[in-house]
Design a protein. Structure first.
Length: 237
C-alpha cells in the first residue's frame, strides 16, 4: 500500500492510497482484482485508537478472474480516497491497513489476499464537509444492524425523489443486506417538486437545519417505524 497524498492533510481534504498485490508463490494463481475496496476492506484507526466507521455503502461486484504468474504484480486500487469510504471527522493521527481477502465459497479456487502494510497520516484541523457532517448525524442514530452509504467527494448536485436537482449531498441507509430502505438528501436551497417526475410520491421535506434543507424517502416504514422522527431530530439540531 502507498500513500498518494501528503502525509499531513487538512480535515476535509482527500486522503488517497494505491494498493498492489504480488504473487510470492511458485505457482500461477487465479485472483479477482475487483474485490479489493468493494466493501469494508480496510482497518482505519483514528485518534485515541478508535476505529473509523465505514460509510461506503454496498457495492455490487462483477466478479471476473484473471491469472497472476509467480513473482507477478497487479494494481488492485490505482487511486482510492479513504475519506469517501470512511468517516474521518476529526483532526489527529490515523493509520490504514488492507484487511486482506479470503476466497468466497463461490470462488474457492481463487487465491487469498494477505493483509497489507500499515500507512499512517495526520489530519490537521479544518472544516468538516457538509457531506460528512450529514453522514455523522445520521450514523449517530442508526439502529444496530443497519449500514450507511454517503455521497462521494465528486458529487455536486443531488436529486431528491420526485424533485428538481439542487447542490447538496445524500446518504442512504440499509437494513442488513436488504435493498435501500431510506434515503436522506441535503440541499443548499429548496428542491421543488418536479411536475414531470415519474415518481408518484415525492420525497418528504423534513425542514431546514444548520446545514441546509433536508428531504427523506422511506421505502419500508415497518423496517424502522421511528425513522422520520429520529432522523428529523438529528438533522435539525
Amino acid at each position: 500500500m502507498r500513500l498518494l497524498t501528503p502525509q499531513s492533510v487538512k480535515l476535509g481534504q482527500a486522503v488517497e492510497i494505491s494498493l498492489s498485490a504480488k504473487n510470492t508463490g511458485d505457482q500461477r494463481v487465479q485472483i479477482i482484482p475487483g474485490e479489493a475496496g468493494s466493501w469494508d476492506d480496510f482497518i482505519v484507526i483514528g485518534p485515541g485508537g478508535r476505529a473509523v466507521p465505514y460509510v461506503g455503502g454496498g457495492v455490487q461486484l462483477v466478479a471476473w478472474k484473471r491469472p497472476l504468474d509467480p513473482n507477478g504484480s497487479i494494481t488492485l486500487l490505482e487511486k482510492y480516497d479513504v475519506t469517501d469510504k470512511y468517516l474521518i471527522s476529526a483532526s489527529g493521527d490515523y493509520s490504514i491497513q488492507f484487511r486482506g481477502r479470503h476466497p468466497t465459497p463461490m470462488f474457492r479456487e481463487t487465491a487469498a489476499f494477505q493483509p497489507s502494510s500499515t500507512v499512517s497520516f495526520t489530519v490537521e484541523k479544518g472544516e468538516l464537509p457538509f457531506r460528512d457532517d450529514l453522514a455523522a448525524r445520521v450514523l449517530g442514530v442508526l439502529p444496530k444492524g443497519w449500514y450507511i452509504g454517503k455521497s462521494s467527494r465528486g458529487m455536486h448536485e443531488v436529486t431528491p425523489l420526485g424533485r428538481k436537482s439542487r447542490p447538496g449531498a445524500f446518504t442512504y441507509l440499509c437494513d442488513g443486506l436488504k435493498a435501500h430502505i431510506i434515503w436522506v438528501w441535503l440541499t443548499s436551497e429548496p428542491a421543488i417538486e418536479a411536475t414531470d417526475s415519474e415518481h408518484k410520491n415525492a420525497s418528504r421535506y423534513v425542514g431546514q437545519g444548520k446545514l441546509g434543507h433536508f428531504y427523506i424517502a422511506i421505502g419500508d416504514e415497518k423496517a424502522w417505524p421511528e425513522a422520520e422522527e429520529t432522523l428529523k431530530a438529528a438533522l435539525l439540531k
